[in-house]
Design a protein around this ligand. Structure first.
Ligand SMILES: Cc1ncc(COP(=O)(O)O)c(C=O)c1O
Length: 382
């Protein structure tokens, strides 16, 4: 049988492939510490689960508006007012199955095959996968540890061509933990405006900030002109398995993204959306607790990694990952990841994020597990 040449470009997300490999080893009896995938070990707060259970019991189990429940969009708009200082219109909001699909929907609406998207490297793998599966070109900006993995407007401008359609920014960053300042982000916004480019702001880690403050360029254009906020419930509310997100952007972009979403999934399950309303509107005690715990775990992991011979790490300012330079080990990140799996700890090689010489560690497991993971990482030479 023949396959489309386009499907040769489907790369998926490397960390899921590593997780599958680890699960197979566990089925065969191996004990592993999981530091590879950004899936919090926290349970979804009980009130959020209860909202979904009640929705199912009351028969909220049918098709619904493909743009998302009005009440959920309203709740998201209120949160945007509190967190970013503006209230988006209802037609600027799109409820999706997680933030991941927003990336694909957005690129599909922004460019044609051969068009270019500027993305800092390392990057979250869906950017690359989506861009190449649409026949577009990812124009890389290699980031440097010497500059704390920060991207700046000058470096972006050097890569702009007549084919450029969009710039993608992810702050706080997965995998580096870098958080861009308000001024750095404003400079990028005004550069995008100067060249009439879309600005995709992946803000899924906006609540996980340990140093500095979160800033969204949407505060400038209120998502009316060029900013698209990519956001989801996975990390902030420990809802990875629920697959829920809300994108905020210019109405015409959202309308087109909605048509594509309608084509692929029709709508997001209504009881999942009801859980989302509870997450946004009810008590935030659990969310605050989780964020405090993330900060403590990050500190523990960062301090522990500094003590491992051959490893070094720039202190993350946000997010839930440590991005470890392993060049001094003399191994490729793939070789090291394989060796570490053998030693009982699962990590993500940097190549998953487009970058050799690094591995990514994740703080989604308990402090005790992180300590055990650090012990196992120390054995990399043996
Ligand atoms: C930077 C970034 N964007 C988007 C996503 C997708 O999140 P979701 O689970 O909401 O699809 C992730 C998930 O890890 C991420 O790290």
């Amino acid at each position: 049988m023949k396959f489309s040449s386009n499907s040769n470009n489907f790369a998926g997300q490397g960390m899921f492939q590593i997780l599958a490999q680890a699960k197979e080893l566990e089925r065969a009896g191996k004990n592993l510490v999981h530091l590879e995938i950004g899936d919090p070990d926290f349970d979804t707060p009980a009130n959020i689960k209860q909202a979904a259970i009640e929705a199912i019991k009351s028969g909220d189990v049918h098709y619904t508006e493909s743009g998302g429940l009005f009440e959920l969009r309203q709740a998201a708009a209120k949160v945007t007012q509190r967190s970013r200082g503006f209230t988006p219109d209802m037609d600027q909001l799109l409820v999706t199955c997680g933030a991941n699909m927003q990336i694909y929907l957005a690129f599909a609406c922004m460019g044609d095959p051969g068009d270019e998207i500027i993305v800092p490297v390392p990057y979250f793998p869906t950017y690359k996968s989506s861009i190449s599966s649409l026949g577009m070109i990812l124009r890389e900006i290699p980031l440097s540890q010497d500059n704390n993995f920060k991207v700046c407007a000058t470096e972006i401008e050097k890569r702009i061509t007549s084919k450029t359609r969009a710039v993608l920014i992810n702050s706080p960053n997965n995998p580096t933990g870098a958080v861009l300042s308000a001024q750095e982000l404003k400079d990028i916004f005004y550069l995008a405006r100067k060249h009439d480019l879309w600005l995709l702001c992946d803000e899924v880690y906006s609540r996980q900030i340990f140093e500095g403050t979160f800033y969204s360029p949407s505060e400038i254009d209120h998502c009316k002109e060029r900013v698209l906020i990519i956001n989801g419930f996975s990390k902030s509310f420990a809802m990875t398995g629920w697959r829920l997100g809300v994108a905020t952007g210019p109405a015409e972009l959202i309308r087109r993204m909605q048509l594509l979403l309608q084509t692929i999934i029709s709508c997001v399950p209504p009881f999942v959306q009801r859980a989302g309303i509870a997450a946004l509107t009810q008590d935030q005690t659990e969310v605050v607790k989780m964020n405090k715990e993330y900060a403590e775990r990050m500190e523990l992991m960062y301090n522990g990694v500094q003590k491992i011979d051959g490893f070094s790490c720039t202190k993350p300012s946000g997010g839930i990952y440590c991005w470890i330079n392993i060049e001094k080990t003399g191994m490729t990140c793939g070789e090291l990841a394989t060796k570490l799996m053998d030693k009982g700890v699962v990590v993500c090689p940097g190549t998953v994020f487009g970058c050799e010489g690094y591995i990514r560690l994740c703080c989604c497991t308990s402090k005790a597990q992180i300590e055990e993971g650090l012990r196992r990482l120390q054995t990399w030479k043996m």
